[in-house]
Design a binder for this molecule. Structure first.
Ligand code: ADP
Ligand code: MG
Length: 176
């Protein structure tokens, strides 16, 4: 569960997020909607501990992201990509960074590759993959370690209509 309370973010004098509160329950898929500049990415970056809030609190499964960042972040999957690695190397790297035991890592790497349909491209460099496949790799790495929360910022941006449907189906699968 994610609990956001009275979240405010100022960049200098610029108010990017203004007193935002919401609760996100387990097993559900939520979207943050709003025009460019509404503060969606800022909110997600605060929830994931990537930047700090000016005011307000975020708790992930009861852990305050500012006070217990390691515990809170352990509950979250949020995908950045290093594009000079192959998909398989990247998943392995992420599994190690998450501190997963070797056997569990091997097993889960296979599982998430199957679920996201990236097995056929696992030995290709990420920078040579289509946007749709790169998005899948991002989702696959976010799934490693079974986090309670997966946060995706514009997961279908730049994808073609077929890829958008595929990514939406994949997100539905994750939610269940
Ligand atoms: P969204 O993701 O909804 O498009 P953002 O969270 O990226 O919105 O941006 C919210 C507002 O904060 C915008 O007005 C944007 O220009 C501003 N902003 C975002 N990041 C920064 C930053 N690092 N420094 C200054 N202003 C920023
Ligand atoms: Mg954004």
């Amino acid at each position: 569960m994610i609990e956001v309370r009275n979240l405010t973010k100022k960049y200098g004098d610029h108010l990017a997020v203004n007193d935002l509160s919401f609760t996100i329950e387990n097993g559900k898929i939520y979207g943050l909607l709003g025009p460019n500049g509404a503060g969606k990415s800022t909110t997600m970056n605060i929830i994931t501990g990537y930047i700090s809030a000016t005011d307000g609190t975020v708790r992930i499964d009861g852990h305050d992201i500012a006070e217990e960042p390691a515990e809170a972040k352990a509950c979250i999957g949020y995908p950045p990509l290093y594009t000079d690695m192959t998909a398989a190397e990247y998943l392995d790297f992420v599994a190690r960074a998450k501190g997963m035991p070797y056997d569990a890592a091997l097993r889960q790497e296979k599982e998430v590759m199957q679920l996201t349909g990236i097995e056929p491209v696992k030995d290709r460099l990420l920078k040579n993959l289509s946007k749709g496949y790169r998005q899948r790799v991002g989702i696959a790495q976010a799934m490693l370690g079974d986090p309670d929360v997966i946060i995706l910022d514009e997961p279908t941006v730049g994808l073609d209509p077929k890829q958008i449907i595929e990514i939406r189906d994949l997100i539905k699968k994750l939610g269940s």
